[in-house]
Design a protein around this ligand. Structure first.
Ligand SMILES: [Zn+2]
Length: 276
């Protein structure tokens, strides 16, 4: 079954991972800007990264017939550094017109500090100013509930913000309702250890229904599985769910949310393999 992975950090993955994803049905993915595992020393470091995710990665993905889209920001972890954040935010607009950029993300909170929240708001305002979609990271483990609450409350303060243009990612059982009840889209992260297993994700879909819910591998440089969505599809079938419902979650929902950007297009069979 064809699928879209809305969250994959391909800069950390090998070309073999693209191949595996393509062979298991991936036709498009989106790569949010995030923390590389160390703090960058300058805004120039971010610009190099923005070039990598707007130039090199789409070309690498195209070799396997996968459309690569991306989101730009200074990630929540480095958001603590307000001076660096201001400088990076000043430079982001010149990349927003690039053909694979869908919006601002993954912004959010990490340790839920005052500085992180200020950087988060700056990004939301940048997105509103430039009419961009927004992709949001929520903190993990003990900070999950509090962080998601603070993010939702901060977003609701913006009258100009349409919640239908915002996806709040890494939802779990205790945060799903506050995200969806306020009109936002959400993502469930299929991780081998932390975050959500396919079975937990299916439980949530069964209780809540499929509306405005996407799934993602969120594969990166840590323990993660680039073919987590095919595993979710298999688990859904094992549970007895029909193909229409599965397709809606792994493809239609993502296409509907991302399709709000005029840049998002799905590959057509004959032109899938663009020359690189
Ligand atoms: Zn991520």
């Amino acid at each position: 079954m064809e699928y879209i992975d809305i969250h994959a950090h391909m800069v950390s993955r090998t070309t073999d991972d693209y191949r595996q994803m393509a062979m298991t049905g991936c036709v498009a993915l989106t790569e949010p800007a995030f923390w590389p595992g160390w703090d960058r020393s300058s805004a120039d470091g971010f610009e190099d990264y923005f070039r990598q995710i707007t130039e090199f990665e789409p070309a690498r993905a195209a070799q396997y017939g996968i459309r690569h889209y991306t989101w730009l920001c200074l990630n929540p972890k480095e958001g603590e550094n307000r001076e660096l954040a201001r400088e990076v935010l000043r430079r982001i607009p010149r990349y927003l017109d690039r053909p694979n950029v869908l919006g601002i993300g993954e912004i959010g909170l990490n340790r839920v500090t005052r500085n992180e929240l200020a950087t988060f708001r700056d990004h939301v305002e940048l997105a509103l100013e430039h009419d961009q979609l927004i992709h949001i990271h929520t903190p993990h483990l003990e900070d999950k509930f509090k962080g998601t609450r603070v993010i939702v409350d901060a977003l609701l303060e913006y009258d100009a913000l349409d919640p239908g243009r915002v996806l709040i990612d890494h939802a779990e059982e205790h945060t799903l309702a506050m995200i969806l009840d306020n009109g936002f889209w959400t993502g469930m992260t299929l991780y081998p250890q932390t975050k959500v297993s396919p079975e937990r994700a299916i439980d949530m879909v069964e209780r809540r229904g499929p509306e405005r819910i996407c799934v993602a591998s969120a594969c990166d440089w840590g323990p993660s599985v680039p073919v987590a969505i095919p595993e979710f599809i298999l688990a859904m079938r094992r549970r007895g769910h029909g193909e229409d419902l599965i397709h809606r979650i792994v493809f239609d929902n993502a296409a509907e949310f991302l399709g709000q950007s005029p840049k998002f297009q799905l590959p057509r069979a004959r032109e899938a393999f663009a020359p690189v």
